[in-house]
Write a protein that binds this ligand. Structure first.
Ligand SMILES: Cc1cc2nc3c(=O)[nH]c(=O)nc-3n(C[C@H](O)[C@H](O)[C@H](O)COP(=O)(O)O)c2cc1C
Length: 245
C-alpha cells in the first residue's frame, strides 16, 4: 500500500494553520513580531561541534511507518553524529516548512541535544544550530547511572541521545493569546514526530516523551518555562537486539 505521507501531512498542517488565522481574527489580535524583551536568553559562548552531513535515509517512509512503535529498550551501541544531524535536520525542516510565519516573527523552536553515546560528540547538553548544522555546548551532563536522575523514566537516560524541543511561550502568548500555547505544542509534536520518522528511516528507534525533569533544563539551558519552555523530547538509539527490525 502506498501512502502519500507528505501530502497528508501538509494538508493537516495547512488546516491547523487556517485555525491559527481564524483564532487570531476571533481574538481581534493583529499578528506582530515578538518584542525583544520576551525573547529567551542567548547562550552564545560554548564551544561548537560541527556535525557531518546528515546521514541519508536507509529505508523508505512507507517501509517504516507502519512498524513505528514507542521503543524504550536500547542497545548501548553509539549512534553517529551524521545520524544525529539527520534527526535534528528533520525536526528543524518540519517546523521551517510548516510554520515559516511564526519563525519570521522570532518564534523559532529551539532544539537541544542531550548526547551520551554519539560518535564524535562528547557527552553533554548542546543547542542545535540549524543554520550551520552544528551543536553549541551549553552544559555538562552526568553519564552512566547518574544520568537517570535527569529524567522521570530512567529508561530514557539509556538512549544514545535525546532531542529536546523548547519554545517561547511568552512570545507565543503575546502573539496569539492562549492559542499560542496550543500552537507551540502542535509544532513540537510535528517536529518530534519528524525526528522519530527520520530515526526509523535510519533503522534507529525511540519514542517521543514528555522530556527531562524541568529543573535540568532550567539549571543548564536557562529554560525558565516561559521565555524558553520545554515542550517535547525524542529519545534516539539502536533498539535492543530482540526489538530490532
Ligand atoms: C505529548 C506526548 C508525551 C509523551 N510522554 C511520554 C512519557 O513521558 N513517557 C513515555 O513513556 N511515553 C510518552 N509518550 C509516548 C506515548 O506513551 C507513546 O506514544 C505510547 O506509548 C503509544 O505507543 P506506540 O507509539 O507504540 O503506540 C508521549 C507521547 C506524547 C504524544
Amino acid at each position: 500500500m502506498t501512502v502519500t505521507v507528505d501530502e497528508d501531512r501538509f494538508r493537516i498542517l495547512g488546516d491547523l494553520m487556517t485555525d491559527t488565522r481564524l483564532d487570531a481574527v476571533a481574538a481581534r489580535r493583529p499578528l506582530r513580531p515578538v518584542p525583544a524583551h520576551l525573547m529567551p536568553a542567548l547562550d552564545d559562548e560554548g564551544p561548537i561541534t560541527e556535525l557531518p552531513e546528515p546521514a541519508a535515509p536507509r529505508a523508505a517512509v512507507d517501509d517504516v511507518l507502519f512498524g513505528r512503535t514507542a521503543v524504550r529498550d536500547y542497545e548501548p551501541t553509539p549512534i553517529t553524529a551524521a545520524e544525529v544531524a539527520a534527526i535534528f535536520a528533520a525536526a528543524e525542516a518540519m517546523d521551517a516548512q510548516a510554520w515559516p510565519g511564526e519563525r519570521d516573527a522570532g518564534l523559532g523552536l529551539e532544539l537541544f541535544c542531550a548526547a551520551w553515546r554519539v560518535t564524535g560528540v562528547d557527552t553533554g547538553l548542546y543547542r542545535y544550530l540549524p543554520g550551520r548544522n552544528a551543536l553549541r555546548r551549553v552544559a555538562n551532563l552526568p553519564a552512566g547511572p547518574e544520568a537517570a536522575e535527569l529524567v522521570m523514566q530512567s529508561e530514557f537516560a539509556q538512549a544514545a541521545a535525546l532531542l529536546l524541543i523548547t519554545g517561547n511561550l511568552a512570545g507565543a502568548v503575546e502573539r496569539h493569546g492562549s492559542h499560542g500555547h496550543r500552537l507551540l505544542l502542535s509544532r513540537a509534536g510535528a517536529a518530534g514526530h519528524a525526528a522519530w520518522l527520520a530515526a526509523l528511516r535510519l533503522h534507529l528507534a525511540g519514542s517521543v516523551f514528555a522530556g527531562l525533569l524541568p529543573h535540568v533544563l532550567r539549571e543548564r539551558a536557562a529554560a525558565d518555562g516561559y521565555h524558553r519552555a520545554p515542550l517535547l523530547a525524542f529519545a534516539a538509539a539502536h533498539p535492543a537486539a530482540d526489538l530490532a527490525v
